[in-house]
Write a protein that binds this ligand. Structure first.
Ligand code: ADP
Length: 757
């Protein structure tokens, strides 16, 4: 190899070595840089870590402080818990009742000494004992008195109860007669807290209370029975007094004697009202008053009451009017006796406290939803003395009579409205009153009753010949009631207040004239006479009292008018207008009347009919005398029976058309006698009407009597009008009229019967 080549080779080697050196230097530099960076990062990290260490150290310091504090607090809390627990147990210890806690495995955790004392120092009953073992010990050691129940069964019951949820309270009796009420509660975790209350005193107190209540109830029953008996005992002689006074009044008496007789009678009646009020009130007080619903006719009931009360308005110009919504059903399911009592009290008060004007009874009703019930609103409005404002509020309280000069002359017990309110409330209704002193009062109440039938008073057949009516009545209220009724029957009505104005109009345009019995400007008979003179239009007299002079009138209607009755009379007038068989056209209305009412046989002679046979069973001699005097003017054959047995015998022998049956009689009472008669009738197919005569005023008697097979009942003392009305009502078609011809002209008597509807 040449030097050149060697030099060249050396140069190349040197160059290569230089390149390598350079490369290594660069690498070293890069490594140095990296190292530097790394060292920097490391030192930063060290700084950071140092910070962190410092922070942790200070947190640790803090925690150390907090831990110390927490430990202190814990110690404090533990101390407090200890105190609270001690206090709790101290308290639990001090209470007389037992307290225990069981764990979820039914093991006793703790119990107070009252709880443990029941076990009388039994070692075994201490924390750890199970509930099952406790019950076992209770029967084994005779701690519990299981009464009739075998001890094992008692224990089973107790264990079954323990696992029920919730656990019902249970009263157990201990051997020493103490009563313990166990109240146990299981928590969500399964622990049971058990409370054992000593209720021995309460149980003894309740027993004493029960005994006292039973005694009081027995006393109350005795009182009720005593009142019922007293009622009977007083009513029976009262029947003699009031009845005899009524009969005595019909004999020749001078004015003084008449006054004495009236006083006897009125005092007797007043006494009876008081007896009834006191009886009812004591019954309500004793919660003994129950309602006895049965179907009844509300309109008829109100009408009967007004008929009964009408004699009280005899000497004063007071009209009693009824405005019964004609589109409303009349038959309802309710307690007719009690509805009658409410109405009698309200209407009776209105009549009592009204010296002139009117007493207007309005009845309307609302349907209650879809049901067949009606909410019936009844108001009794009067134009009487009114009630002072400060007294109105208390008027429904007991013995609350408005004491002032104006009403001191009225008697009463002051119990009527209190009883009425209670009765309305018993029927689920409300009662209220509005009154203006000196102008009048309006008592209202509502009750809801089921409707029995939807039929109402509106007759279906329209009137053809009676289209226009004139009413002559000085009272606006009277005008509006009757014109309302006539309007429903399709009549066109005109109202006038006086006779003079009526006579001044063209009367020929009317088909009927209704005249009130007291026109302001003339005597009523004078008015009727003048009306009849003026034309052919028939005149209907609207009479408020029995003494109304009815002469000349075509028809006499008692006020208040019943729509049905009004319609019947209009129909009768319509028939009279139609051509009558066998009558010449010129025959007067009066002749036609006579023609229609004569009982003629086919040959024109009147056949002799037999008299109605009436049997009266009554053990009291005075009452028999009273009864016979009351019916002495009637065309009847009367026979008496002195007890139930005789009544049954007379039923067979005498074959009566009706029987009055006293209820309390010796040997066989009226109910038993009636049952026997009904038994006989099952074979002979007859049904003789039997009317009970009862002195019992207690509610429920009516129903009781009806259940024995009687048809109606009259309460004593007997009233002549009621007896006569009942006989007339029950008179069969084939007997002579019970009212002799010469007395027939009087307006019909009172309805006082409580008929089975
Ligand atoms: P009484 O049996 O005394 O009538 P009530 O309880 O029926 O008892 O009535 C209490 C009192 O309320 C009556 O005494 C009377 O002062 C007053 N009163 C009741 N109704 C009326 C009325 N329609 N007009 C004026 N005062 C009345």
């Amino acid at each position: 190899m040449s030097i050149i080549d060697k030099l060249a080779e050396e140069r190349r080697a040197r160059l290569a070595a230089e390149r390598l050196l350079k490369q290594k230097q660069e690498e070293l530099l890069a490594a140095n840089r990296k190292l530097g960076k790394h060292a920097l990062a490391l030192s930063e990290e060290i700084v950071e870590k140092r910070h962190e260490v410092q922070e942790v150290r200070s947190v640790a310091e803090l925690l150390k402080g907090e831990k110390k504090q927490a430990l202190n607090q814990l110690k404090e809390a533990e101390f407090k818990v200890e105190i609270a627990e001690r206090r709790l147990w101290d308290s639990i210890e001090t209470i007389q009742d037992g307290f225990a806690v069981f764990d979820a495995d039914d093991r006793l955790i703790a119990a107070n000494s009252a709880y443990l004392s029941a076990f009388d120092g039994l070692e075994e009953v201490r924390p750890g004992v199970t509930y099952a073992r406790i019950t076992q010990l209770m029967i084994e050691e005779g701690i519990v008195d299981t009464g009739e129940l075998p001890p094992e069964n008692w224990r089973e019951e107790m264990i079954e109860r323990w696992y029920s949820d919730p656990i019902d309270p249970k009263v157990i009796k201990l051997w020493n007669g103490a009563y313990i009420k166990l109240i146990d509660r299981r928590s969500k975790e399964g622990d049971v807290v058990s409370l054992a209350l000593n209720i021995t005193d309460t149980i003894r107190y309740e027993a004493r209370l029960k005994e006292a209540r039973e005694k009081a109830e027995a006393g109350n029953r005795a009182k009720s029975a005593f009142l019922a008996n007293m009622s009977h005992e007083i009513r029976t002689p009262m029947n003699g007094i009031v009845g005899m006074a009524e009969i005595l009044k019909e004999t020749e008496l001078d004015d003084d004697q008449r006054l004495y007789v009236d006083t006897i009678r009125n005092s007797g009646e007043a006494l009876l009202v008081i007896i009834n009020d006191v009886l009812d009130y004591s019954k309500i007080e004793a919660d003994k008053l129950v309602l006895r619903p049965e179907p009844f006719d509300l309109e008829r009931c109100i009408h009967d009451i007004t008929t009964l009360l009408r004699p009280s308005t005899q000497n004063k110009p007071v009209d009693i009017l009824i405005d019964f919504d004609m589109f409303m059903p009349t038959r309802y399911l309710g307690d007719p006796g009690r509805v009658r009592q409410i109405m009698t009290n309200l209407i009776g008060n209105a009549v009592k406290f009204t010296n002139e004007g009117h007493v207007l009874i309005r009845v309307c009703g609302l349907e209650v939803g879809e049901s067949r019930e009606r909410r019936i609103h009844i108001t009794v409005e009067d134009t009487g003395i009114g009630i002072p404002e400060d007294k109105v509020e208390h008027i429904f309280g007991e013995f609350n009579q408005v004491e002032d000069d104006r009403n001191r002359r009225f008697d009463g017990t002051g119990l009527g409205l209190a009883i009425t309110k209670q009765l309305v409330q018993l029927m689920g209704g409300e009662i209220w009153v509005e009154s203006i002193l000196g102008e009048g009062s309006c008592f209202g109440f509502h009750i809801t009753l089921p409707v029995v039938t939807d039929e109402n008073n509106i007759p279906t057949k329209p009137l053809e010949r009676i289209r226009r009516a004139l009413i002559i009545d000085p009272e606006k209220a009277g005008q509006s009631v009757i014109s309302g009724q006539l309007a429903v029957f399709g009549l066109e009505v005109n109202c006038l207040s006086s006779g003079e104005t009526a006579l001044a109009t063209d009367l020929g345009q009317y088909d009927v004239i209704f005249a009130d019995q007291s026109p302001p400007d003339m005597d009523v008979s004078e008015l009727i006479h003048a009306l009849k003179q003026a034309g052919e239009t028939p005149v209907v007299l609207l009479a408020s009292d029995q003494n109304a002079d009815a002469s000349g009138a075509d028809i006499v209607m008692k006020k208040p008018t019943l729509p049905r009755e009004l319609y019947r009379n209009l129909q009768e007038l319509e028939e009279r207008r139609a051509p009558v068989f066998g009558l010449s056209p010129d025959m007067s209305m009066r002749d036609a009347d006579e023609f229609r009412f004569t009982d003629s046989g086919p040959d024109g002679t009147t056949p002799e009919k037999r008299r109605m046979r009436v049997l009266a069973a009554e053990d009291n001699r005075t009452n028999r005398l009273v009864f016979s005097k009351m019916v002495k003017d009637l065309e009847i054959e009367l026979r008496f029976a002195e007890n139930g047995r005789e009544a049954v015998a007379e039923y067979r022998n005498f074959e009566p058309d009706m029987i009055f049956m006293d209820i309390s009689m010796p040997e066989m009472d009226g109910k038993e006698a009636t049952r026997s008669i009904r038994e006989i009738e099952r074979e002979n197919g007859r049904h003789v009407p039997i009317v009970a005569l009862t002195a019992h005023a207690m509610s429920g008697d009516g129903e009781n009597i009806m259940a024995a097979g009687l048809d109606q009942y009259l309460t004593k003392p007997l009233r002549k009008a009621a007896i006569i009305d009942t006989i007339r009502e029950l008179q069969p078609d084939d007997v002579r009229s019970v009212i002799p011809e010469h007395t027939a002209a009087t307006i019909s008597g009172n309805h006082e019967t409580t008929a089975a509807e």
